[in-house]
Write a protein that binds this ligand. Sequence first.
Ligand code: SAM
Ligand code: SF4
Length: 332
Amino acid sequence: MSLIDNFGRVHRDLRVSLTDRCSLRCTYCMPHDFNKWLPAETLLTTQELIKIIEIAVSQGITEVRLTGGEPLLRPDIVEIVAQIKSLEDAPELSMTTNGVALAKYAKELAEAGLKRINISLDTLDWERFKRLTFRDRYDDVIEGIAAAKSAGLNPIKINTVLMRGINDDEALPLLKWALKENLNLRFIEQMPLDAGDAWTRKNLVTADEIFNQINSEYELTPVEERGSSPAEEFLVNGGPAKVGIIGSVTRSFCANCDRLRLTSDGQLRNCLFANTETDLRGILRNGRLTEFEKRSDILKAFSTTVKSKLSGHGINDPEFVKPVRPMSAIGG
Ligand code: SAM
Ligand code: SF4
């Protein structure tokens, strides 16, 4: 079975948000005084998550990324990883984390079957980190990166969002550091997904700008075969080291998008920017349905969600309407 939309895009990648809560408050993701958390009873249990992932895999999903909010805040995180890896036809599994709790979990996660990881870090200055995230956890993230290395997670990708006048002077220092540490750095254009209205196109640090900054000091050669990856990758000084730029706004990659998203409260989304969701939690918790009927309804829900996917995200349309959920509640 394949999940093919009306534009011929085959969906193979499921992003699974495990919680909307977080140990940081990155300004582009949620306001520092945010308090509209999803009610605890609405979060999918370990068993519910595994059930949905197993069904997704039976429909051709081959890659699962655990995200959030902060996925390492889930007390059952190691169990979730182990259960996904023990599924028949287990998908490729990865995780995006802020790294704060990685020193505690990296070894256990690797033992449970996690192979690779993305860690978000926007600055190498601890004071700036505190300002950007409203939390004094820079040292924890650096320790987390070291722990990920010792645990043998590979590749380790670093996700960085550059913001005008805030950390846009760090593209080169971050790349120098990443090359020295043997980490794969990717810059992500900031998207209008914060819970406030701070995002403006005028302030956007664009993919072109990032490329030009880096290219002023390093020779960048495009890596062919991008496939469905959102990152345009470049060899640095002939390689093998690479740097990625994800131009979500100015170089949209919607035409090759193969991603679906499951929120931590069990809503299936066909795009980060979708304004509609399909309720899988309601199906799973409907006591009037047999297990067979639940499975069949979830299969239908996957199919209709994929079929209703739009050709593109619309950020660049004048009448663009931001999703109601902030990034932290969708899962990046
Ligand atoms: N808490 C984890 C973390 O920070 O890695 C996982 C969730 S976070 C929402 C996933 C990724 O989305 C992070 O790399 C973060 O930098 C990125 N992100 C969050 N808000 C964003 C925005 N408005 N534009 C672009 N990237 C964003
Ligand atoms: Fe938390 Fe990740 Fe959002 Fe930062 S980007 S507030 S770490 S969910």
